[in-house]
Design a protein around this ligand. Structure first.
Ligand code: C5P
Length: 297
C-alpha cells in the first residue's frame, strides 16, 4: 500500500501564443506546485482490475477519471513490453479530494501523474522519469509537470514540455486563493480565446524571463507586476465571478493577484504564513466560494 499527496499547481505566467492545427494552443507558462493537495492511497490487488473510490461523489470512477486512465495506460505499457501473456497487475485507488474540480489548479492531472509515479513503484516497473513524463503527456497537457517533481518549471508546447527552474528551489511563496463556486471547462475558455479579435488580445508587458528573475527575490511586491495570464480577461468576460474574486483580494489591499490556468481560481501572493492564514479566515461574501491558504512545495 502507498499513500501519496497529489499537489495542485498555479500558473504565475500563462501566455497563449497561437492555436495549433490539432486544436491545442501553443503557450509559454510558469508552473508552481503548491501545498493544497488531494491524498491518494494505492493498494495492490490479486486480480488485474483498476478500482477507484473517491470522497467526491460528483467524480466519475470509471476510465473518464484521469486517475483510472493513468493506471490503464500503464497496464497497456506493461503489456507492450512483456507481451500479451504477461500477468497484468491491478490496483485499488482511493482519492481524498480537496482540490476543487474545474478550478484551474489541475487536480485531475495531478491525480493522474501521482498514479503513474505510485504504480511505477508499487508494480516495480522501474520506469525512469523521462519515460513517465512521455506517458503523462498523453493523459493531459498539465500532467508532465507533476511527474517532473520540481517546485517551479517553465513549460512550452501545449504545456507538456517542461524545463525545471532549479535556481528557485529554495523559494517559498504564500498564496491566498479564492475559488468562486463554479466549474469552468477549459476547452470553452480556449475556444473563446480563439474568437477574440487579435487586436483585443492582451500581451504580456514583460517577458517570462523577467518574471523568473524576479521570483528569485521571493517578495510578492517585487513579483506582482510580472504576473500574467492571457486567459484571465477571457474567463472573466464569461464568468463575472472571476472579476469579483479579484476585486475582493484588491479590496484587502493585496497587489500581486492573478487567475490560475483557465480559472476560476484567483490567488494573491502574500507576505508570510501568518498573513496568508489571516486572510483565509476573512469572511468571503459569497457562501459558494472557497478560500485556501497554500505555499510552494
Ligand atoms: O491537455 P488537456 O486534455 O488537459 O486539455 C484540455 C483541453 O484544453 C483540450 O481539449 C483543449 O481544448 C484545451 N487546451 C488547449 N491548449 C492547450 C492545453 C489545453 O487548447 N495548450
Amino acid at each position: 500500500m502507498l499513500t501519496l499527496p497529489s499537489y495542485a499547481k498555479v500558473n504565475l505566467f500563462l501566455h497563449v501564443l497561437r492555436r495549433r492545427s490539432d486544436g491545442y494552443h501553443c503557450l509559454k507558462t510558469v508552473f508552481e506546485r503548491i501545498s493544497l493537495h488531494d491524498t491518494l492511497t494505492l493498494r495492490l490487488r490479486r486480480d488485474s482490475r483498476i478500482v477507484l473510490t473517491c470522497t467526491d461523489p460528483s467524480l466519475p470512477c470509471d476510465e473518464r477519471n484521469l486517475a483510472v486512465a493513468a493506471a490503464l495506460l500503464l497496464q497497456a505499457h506493461v503489456r507492450r513490453r512483456q507481451g500479451k501473456a504477461a500477468a497484468l497487475p491491478g490496483c485499488s485507488i482511493h482519492i481524498v479530494k480537496r482540490i476543487p474540480l474545474g478550478s484551474g489548479m489541475a487536480g485531475g492531472s495531478s491525480n493522474a501523474s501521482t498514479v503513474l509515479l505510485g504504480l511505477n513503484q508499487l508494480w516495480k516497473l522501474g520506469l525512469g522519469r523521462p519515460e513517465l513524463m512521455k506517458l503523462a503527456a498523453r493523459l493531459g497537457s498539465d500532467c508532465p509537470f507533476f511527474v517532473a517533481g520540481c517546485s517551479f518549471a517553465l513549460a512550452s508546447g501545449r504545456g507538456e514540455k517542461i524545463k525545471p527552474l532549479p535556481h528557485l528551489d529554495r523559494i517559498r511563496l504564500w498564496h491566498s486563493i479564492i475559488i468562486p463556486g463554479i466549474n469552468v471547462p477549459t476547452p470553452r475558455i480556449f475556444r473563446a480565446w480563439d474568437r477574440q479579435p487579435r487586436i483585443k488580445l492582451t500581451k504580456p508587458l514583460f517577458s517570462v524571463n523577467i518574471l523568473c528573475s524576479a521570483l528569485k527575490s521571493g517578495r510578492p511586491a517585487d513579483i506582482g507586476r510580472y504576473l500574467f495570464n492571457s486567459l484571465e480577461p477571457v474567463t472573466a468576460k464569461l464568468y463575472p465571478q472571476v472579476r469579483l474574486a479579484r476585486r475582493y483580494l484588491e479590496d484587502l489591499g493585496l497587489k500581486s493577484i492573478l487567475m490560475s490556468g483557465s480559472g476560476p481560481a484567483v490567488y494573491a501572493l502574500v507576505g508570510a504564513g501568518k498573513e496568508a492564514r489571516a486572510l483565509c479566515t476573512e469572511r468571503v461574501f459569497d457562501r459558494s466560494w472557497k478560500v485556501f491558504c497554500a505555499r510552494t512545495v
